[in-house]
Design a protein around this ligand. Structure first.
Ligand code: GLC
Ligand code: GLC
Length: 811
């Protein structure tokens, strides 16, 4: 069942029923000011950091769900309604929500009145704008009272939801006609306030929630609205809100339109006040003036459109398969940009108060956005590298506001260092900008320890090289990519961290997965060394890699698939001898992507085992059989009920590894089949089962052992975005940046006759046409550059500014 449809022309997903299985959200903003907004106008705004600079309040585990947002109440006679349906939930005569790239438009209609809320964060500014348009579509006259409403958060979202003894006494506001300033804590150390305003003529306002909603009132029936109007309340403590009352008198066919804004303003310390206790409003007034100008809102909308057009023009496929094209050209790239902006901080599943930027997460996210914003990718790499420790290990997480490593979690996730090589290698391939390796970057954020980025990569490589266990496989530490496989931790008390409790390091627990990474990204490192003339280092590195590869093929090979790990007692994890958790997806994907066992048959055998044992109709599960009970020696993975999360859920993030691995073996039919299963546009029809947004990936889909098989969770902020984009754009459609140029290496279903891709690469544009006359799944027979036959399938980088045409014949 569907709850809407894709409008590819406008690059929108159009939701046609407000009762989606879960709130379906969008992200507005791509610089400093962000808003999450759902299809019923639920959501919240923050400046830079969702925990420390939260402008509006949001309650995650509330019932009904999605109960706070950017509300517009319309009182028309006896009928109270919202164009977004929530929170009043009056049945609407018509409803539509269009989530577009950086904007959302919600339209509702009731009793002959149509109301539209157009939301966006204007490029270059720190505010959310909502243009409200009311249209009388009835035959008679309409008189209504309209109330835009938000509830302020007292800035630190964590403190706001716990420290009530203080917070109920500190709320403060100032008001002016049509403007409400939220200035809690501005009197002391804060240099920022929020401004909620409208350019409509305002009859009255409220700033105290108790007055507008009522102490025992409900957002579904605010007392002020029910009693006929705002009361002019001033918040002294408790819960400051912004509510204004606007009259609408419309004759038949008439429309009126006004703007509602929510801005973030910072003042220099010496300019905080215009009079004792009175906030300096000059910058807020300047902001409001910017959007009072006629045409300003439309100009922001146009600028937004141009920005996205430029971002998405770097990779455009025309395959004739509309679901594939809309994923590749629009939604997958859009989601990659959202992961760039948000990392794992703020979604409808991540509260914005928890982890900051993950070291491994951010390195992998790079793989998905480096082609769109190479300069910002460069900066991101340097930020991440600065949180590495001198021994090559890394803080697992860091805070975006301070860019400092997070001490509470610390280091010891032994896959982390290698992801830095992966991200940097992707950047080098994309840009050819070798100067990044010379950039001086601190270790542990300590400038005195700064060394060139190349030295960071070296220490990453050497960290793994020098932390090998008894089978010659890398030591796992607290965990590898799978945060929940905690082989050294042994947590037995509820509430303890599974990752950081216990020894966390051990002399014997080893990871086959990290070994696969070491082969794949270690080779990327030695390749870089060789090109820099560091031949001896490259040779020594390759020897270490060869040893790891041999260890994978002996101690890491179970006969029909790659094992997962050895635990702290030297027992196999992910092998036939295990009662549960016999086979895991991660080493099959990573080891085959690394080319291990490609010549000798283990690679193909391992992928066949994945198909036989882990495939389901909704995607590939992480492991089988699921763990039925908690095991101290394995940790968090066994804490989840069977079929959820890492315990045999369909962890979408590693499905594309299998796509890439299948492509590595040239199996195009299977690669695409795996891709299709989890691709949102392909499962739109089962939205009632999948529940999360049909335009973006979720971290996890419940596996076949779960009672809710097929149900998605944790949408938006997941490494799945980057990896699926990589898998479809590079492994399947085969347009791969390499250090030597752009490689064309398609691996597609044999039935596909051909397709085109337009790719921007190092400043030049490549119009690529692939023909597949013989129904091949893989293999390039001929490649023509501007009509001239080229040797091999790598096109040397063309001069910036040029456009070339490339014709590829498979076979
Ligand atoms: C989450 C984490 C990611 C981890 C994965 C598997 O998605 O963000 O870092 O690799 O779970 O545990
Ligand atoms: C939990 C989750 C995992 C995530 C981790 C982040 O372990 O199961 O997916 O990566 O938390 O800390």
């Amino acid at each position: 069942m569907k709850y809407g449809y894709f409008d590819d022309e406008r690059r929108e997903y159009v939701i046609t029923a407000p009762r989606t299985p879960l709130p379906w959200i969008n992200y507005l903003g791509s610089e400093d000011f962000f808003t999450l907004i759902s299809n019923t106008a639920g959501g919240y705004s923050f400046y830079r950091d969702a925990r420390l600079r939260r402008l509006t309040r949001y309650r995650y585990n509330n019932s009904p769900t999605d109960s706070e947002g950017f509300r517009l109440y319309i009182r028309d006679g006896d009928t109270l309604w919202n164009p977004g349906w929530q929170p009043v939930k009056t049945e609407l005569d018509a409803y539509e929500c269009r989530h577009g790239l950086g904007y959302t438009v919600i339209t509702g209609e009731k009793n002959g009145l149509r109301a539209t809320q157009e939301f966006l964060v204007p490029p270059g500014d720190n505010c959310l704008l909502c243009r409200v348009t009311l249209e009388n579509v009835s035959a008679g006259k309409k008189t209504a009272e309209v109330y835009p409403y938000v509830e302020f958060c007292l800035w630190d979202a964590m403190d706001d939801s716990s420290n009530f003894q203080r917070n109920f006494s500190i709320g403060e506001v100032e008001t002016e006609p049509g403007v409400i300033y939220h200035k809690t804590e501005y009197r002391e150390r804060r240099d920022h306030y929020a401004v909620f305003w409208t350019d409509a003529e305002v009859k009255a306002f409220d700033t105290a929630r108790d007055a507008f909603i009522g102490v025992y009132g409900s957002p579904a029936a605010p007392e002020a609205v029910m009693n006929g109007g705002c009361t002019g309340s001033i918040a002294h403590g408790w819960a400051p809100v912004g509510a204004v009352q606007i009259g609408a008198d419309l004759s038949s066919g008439e429309t009126m339109s006004f703007l509602v804004g929510l801005g973030y303003i910072e003042n220099r310390p010496e300019e905080k006040f215009s009079a004792p206790g009175v906030i300096n409003k000059a910058p807020a007034r300047a902001m409001m003036d910017r959007y009072r100008a006629p045409g300003a809102f439309d100009a922001a909308l146009t600028a937004l459109g141009q920005r996205w057009e430029a971002l998405l023009s770097g990779y455009r496929a025309d395959t004739g398969a509309e679901k594939l094209d809309r994923m590749v050209n629009i939604w997958n790239q859009y989601q990659c940009m959202v992961t760039f902006n948000m990392s794992r901080s703020a979604s409808y599943f991540e509260s914005g108060m928890g982890r900051g930027m993950g070291f491994r997460d951010s390195c992998q996210d790079l793989l998905g956005f480096v082609h769109m914003i190479p300069e910002r990718a460069r900066e991101r790499i340097l930020d991440i590298a600065a949180t590495q420790f001198p021994d090559g290990s890394a803080y697992h997480q860091y805070q975006p506001l301070t860019k400092k490593g997070n001490l509470a979690v610390g280091s010891g996730f032994n896959d982390d260092p290698l992801w830095l090589i992966a991200g940097t290698d992707a950047y080098l391939r994309e840009t050819g900008d070798w100067s990044i390796l010379d950039e001086s970057v601190p270790f542990d954020n300590d400038e005195s320890l700064a060394r060139p980025l190349l030295e960071h990569l070296r220490r990453s490589f050497n960290y793994t090289r020098t932390h090998m266990g008894p089978h010659g496989l890398p030591l796992i530490g607290r965990a590898d990519w799978n945060d929940c496989l905690n082989l050294n931790c042994f947590s037995s008390q509820p509430g303890e961290s599974f990752q950081t409790t216990g020894p966390s390091e051990g002399p014997v627990a080893e990871s086959v997965f990290i070994a696969g990474m070491f082969v794949k990204y270690g080779r990327a490192y030695t390749d870089i060394c060789r090109r820099l003339g560091l031949t001896e280092e490259a040779d020594a590195g390759d020897a270490a890699i060869a040893a790891a590869e041999a260890a994978v093929l002996s101690a890491g090979w179970d006969g029909e698939w790659f094992r997962r790990a050895y635990d702290a007692f030297g027992n196999v994890v992910g092998g036939k001898e295990c009662e549960e958790g016999q086979i895991f997806i991660e080493p099959q994907g990573m080891c085959v992507m690394a080319g291990i066992g490609k010549e000798t048959g283990q690679a193909a055998r391992a992928l066949d085992s994945v198909k036989e044992r882990l495939d389901t109709k909704y995607g590939i599960v992480l492991l089988q059989p699921a763990y039925t009970g908690y095991r101290l020696e394995l940790g968090e993975i066994t804490s989840y009920p069977p079929g959820y999360k890492e315990n045999a859920g369909i962890f979408c993030h590693n499905n594309p590894w299998i796509v890439c691995a299948e492509a590595e073996l040239g199996r195009g039919d299977r690669a695409f089949e795996v891709y299709r299963r989890t691709a949102p546009a392909y499962i739109e029809d089962i939205s009632e089962i999948h529940r999360t947004e049909p335009y973006v990936y979720s971290q996890m889909i419940a596996g076949k052992d779960a009672p809710t098989f097929g149900e998605g969770k944790n949408s938006w902020l997941t490494g799945t975005a980057a990896w699926t984009f990589l898998s479809v754009s590079q492994a399947i459609l085969g347009v791969k940046p390499t250090l030597d140029g752009l490689m064309i290496d398609p691996c597609i279903p044999g039935r596909v006759k051909g397709y085109t891709v337009t790719r921007r690469f190092r400043g030049a544009v490549y119009h690529i046409r692939v023909d597949n006359p013989q129904g091949a799944e893989h293999g390039v027979k001929e490649l023509y550059l501007d009509g001239k036959l080229l040797q091999g399938n790598v096109i040397p980088a063309q001069s910036p500014g040029t456009e070339v045409s490339v014709r590829v014949i498979m076979g």
